[in-house]
Design a protein around this ligand. Structure first.
Ligand code: NAD
Ligand code: TYD
Length: 347
């Protein structure tokens, strides 16, 4: 079976590619990635020579390019992760999000549809999405699969748009899709523009830890390898035309999370307790900042027998250890263009 994974050089995609390549020698995994600032082949060094793996540098916004790849490799399944994924970047450049997240997704749907015509037997188009499409929760309640879409940022609006197109291709053309909407991920290989790796990097270098607003925003955190395992389960056993919410059963207010990270890092780095907390700096809030995300993951738990395998403390410890042991990776991704982004975003 030839499987296309898009965005496989990114954070979550690289963990998905590794899991599939190592677990399923009978599949051939084609990783198609444009290698934007967020894509990094260093993430996949350990599997790059495997027989059942091929990397192709290509952009999903290139319609002819996608049509031709589908014709050449006759992908029987697609696991679509390629996206612009950072909310703050979507606020300064919404169009880039429309292009990749909406237009790019449509090109993939079109290429898949025209390759298989009406004969979709044994085929699957798996679209990876986010809980941010549901908008924000108040202090109570959880997002379920039937929560109405109500996106507030250009990022979440573009992901919502792509979800709607996937579903519409299912209803209109019979395309056999499945969608999952996951909460915030953390773990090895995450680009240090997102909260957890940004704080780890800044703690290492004694730089300020920028907390937006009063820090009382809440997110539901999931270890990335548990998300990759959930994707494996949904890909193989999820019902056709279904949606699954994936979450960590693990809500944290940003300020509490940053303090927890400070404590763990102080002990790892042999610094006196309380040292890193002094770096916490409250900064201007993000416009349209969603107050709280929290997932009800009971459907995937009950129907597909998936649940997170690590506690948050275990996952954070593994994550911190990875960043401390991979300073070369961190230095590579934070040199050059990252400096320009960081200065513009935070000063
Ligand atoms: P990421 O930004 O780390 O990686 C995105 C990857 O897509 C990169 O390798 C990049 O090079 C590639 N890409 C971007 N534009 C492309 C294009 N036009 N053509 C081909 N490749 C392109 O993102 P991530 O955090 O790994 O997220 C992966 C997916 O999971 C996204 O669809 C995202 O919306 C979704 N998601 C992420 C989270 C999270 O917490 N990170 C949570 C839920 C869902
Ligand atoms: P982020 O990692 O960007 O994920 P998302 O916006 O997709 O949830 O942000 C997680 C939370 O942390 C969110 O409430 C915004 C906040 N945040 C900060 O307080 N400071 C920062 O520097 C960043 C990047 C995020």
């Amino acid at each position: 079976m030839n499987i296309l994974v898009t965005g496989g050089a990114g954070f979550i995609g690289s963990h998905v590619v590794r899991l599939l390549v190592n677990s399923y020698p009978q599949y051939h995994i084609f990783n198609v990635d444009a290698l934007t600032y967020a894509g990094n082949l260093e993430n996949l060094k350990d599997i790059e020579d495997k027989k059942n793996y091929t990397f192709i540098k290509a952009d999903i916004t290139d319609k002819e390019g996608m049509d031709s790849l589908f014709k050449t490799h006759r992908f029987e399944a697609v696991i679509h992760l390629a996206a612009e994924s950072h909310v703050d970047r979507s606020i300064s450049d919404p169009l880039a999000f429309v292009k990749t997240n909406i237009l790019g997704t449509i090109h993939l749907l079109e290429a898949f549809k025209s390759l298989w015509g009406g004969d979709f037997y044994g085929k699957r188009f798996y679209h990876i999405s986010t809980d941010e499409v549901y908008g924000t929760l108040g202090e109570q309640g959880l997002f379920t699969e039937t929560t109405a879409y109500d996106p507030n940022s250009p990022y979440s609006a573009s992901k919502a748009g792509s979800d709607h197109f996937v579903r519409a291709y299912g209803e209109t053309y019979g395309l056999p899709y499945v969608i999952s909407n996951c909460s915030n991920n953390y773990g090895p290989n995450q680009f240090p523009e997102k909260l957890i790796p940004l704080c780890i990097n800044n703690i290492i270098h004694h730089n300020p830890l920028p907390v937006y607003g009063d820090g009382h925003y809440t997110r539901d955190w999931l270890y990335v390898i548990d998300h990759a395992k959930a994707i494996d389960v949904v890909f193989h056993r999820g019902a056709s035309k279904a949606t699954y919410n994936i979450g960590g059963f693990n809500e944290w207010k940003n300020i509490d999370l940053v303090k927890l990270l400070c404590g763990l890092m102080d002990s790892k780095l042999g610094r006196a307790p309380g040292t890193s907390e002094q770096l916490i700096t409250f900064v201007k809030d993000r416009p349209g900042h969603d107050l709280r995300y929290a997932i009800d993951a009971s459907k995937i738990k009950n129907d597909l027998d998936w649940k997170p395998s690590v506690t948050f403390e275990e996952g954070l410890e593994k994550t911190i250890d990875w960043y401390l042991q991979n300073e070369t990776w961190l230095n590579h991704v934070t040199s050059g263009a990252y400096q320009g982004y960081y200065n513009k975003q935070y000063h």
